[in-house]
Design a binder for this molecule. Structure first.
Ligand code: ZN
Length: 116
């Protein structure tokens, strides 16, 4: 039994939402389906999330400072998050609060991670 199953699912849901918003607005898709580029990125993120060694910690993969994403994927994901993050937050106040908390935890963690 994967005790982090719920977190993985929640995380993937967030990432999926963010990519959908970005793809719909920026790539002008219909919102129901992703363009091949975003589809491929989502597939990549899914694999990373499912293999994350730090899944039990208070971060989202998309925000984790010891990123397991390849640099170009990471850059792309950051771009998507910058665009879709605020929009997603407007849609869901609970998510906004959660996001703030994660950012706060991350600030603390980043200090430790910089040593490596
Ligand atoms: Zn797209």
């Amino acid at each position: 039994m994967d005790k982090f199953k719920h977190k993985r699912e929640q995380e993937l849901k967030t990432v999926t939402d963010m990519i959908s918003i970005y793809c719909r607005d920026v790539h002008k898709t219909d919102g129901g389906t992703l363009c091949p580029e975003c589809e491929e990125l989502l597939d990549y993120v899914e694999k990373r999330v499912n293999n994350c060694p730090r899944i039990g910690e208070q971060t989202l993969c998309s925000e984790c400072s010891t990123h397991c994403f390849a640099p170009n994927r990471r850059q792309k994901m950051q771009q998507i998050m910058r665009y879709s993050g605020p929009k997603l937050m407007l849609r869901s106040p609970v998510m906004a609060l959660r996001h703030k908390l994660i950012q706060w935890f991350n600030t603390i963690q980043n200090k430790a991670c910089n040593i490596f």
